[in-house]
Design a protein around this ligand. Sequence first.
Ligand code: SAM
Length: 241
Amino acid sequence: MLPARETDVDRFSRPHSATVGAMARASGQLSDALNEYVTAHSAHPDEVLRDLAAETARLFPEDADMQIGPGQGTFMTMLARLIGARSAIEVGTFTGYSSICIARGLAAGGRLRCFDVSAEFTAVARRYWQRAGLADQIELRLGPAADNLADLDPGTRFDYAFIDADKTGYPRYWDLIVPLVRPGGLILVDNTLSHGRVVDDAEQGESVRAIREFNARALADHRTEVVLLPIGDGLTMARRL
Ligand SMILES: C[S@@+](CC[C@H](N)C(=O)[O-])C[C@H]1O[C@@H](n2cnc3c(N)ncnc32)[C@H](O)[C@@H]1O
């Protein structure tokens, strides 16, 4: 069930859903029957990801809906493979679901840098990176993502970026990340429909205002071409020009 109004948790949450289909339904895209069909005809997550989702729900019942759904995870892995990504960055790691999906899509020897403020959430991620055999490929930096992004060597280049942290930070994260992504690289940004609130003028919470600002900024940015996909809570995909 989606909250009708913006809450504090909403600032970095997403609707919990099992697949791209379920997420599309969460945005009002699909009927239940179509959602079941989409679910049945999409690749299913493996045991590691299933266990991670279950453990996250058990440990953090109030926050578990921040995790991306399996269908989106499969999509993100596929995108990384399609562009031959070797280097990636993630802002907002939580217990690690999306990071595993990204890292699995990287070419041999590829590396993922993850940024998050929570040692508690990311302790779970670290365990699952080990279990998935990805611990050597993933580096975690704890602390406010804007500070850690600003500290990166300006010569650093990434093939692939995923933004899924506090929504009020999105415009800043965009400004910091775009110059770091190589031409032809991809930037994915989650929750860009803000649970449908982007089109409701009565919704003026700081998160939805930040998402509206972000969506306008990304579209107007001549360094990228952008498509806002109606997957789940909105997944913006930007190709660096
Ligand atoms: C929506 S969750 C990320 C979900 C994750 N991508 C997944 O699929 O499991 C948002 C995360 O952003 C982190 N976060 C919130 N504010 C942050 C900040 N200023 N800098 C870095 N991380 C932050 C939270 O600790 C939380 O783990």
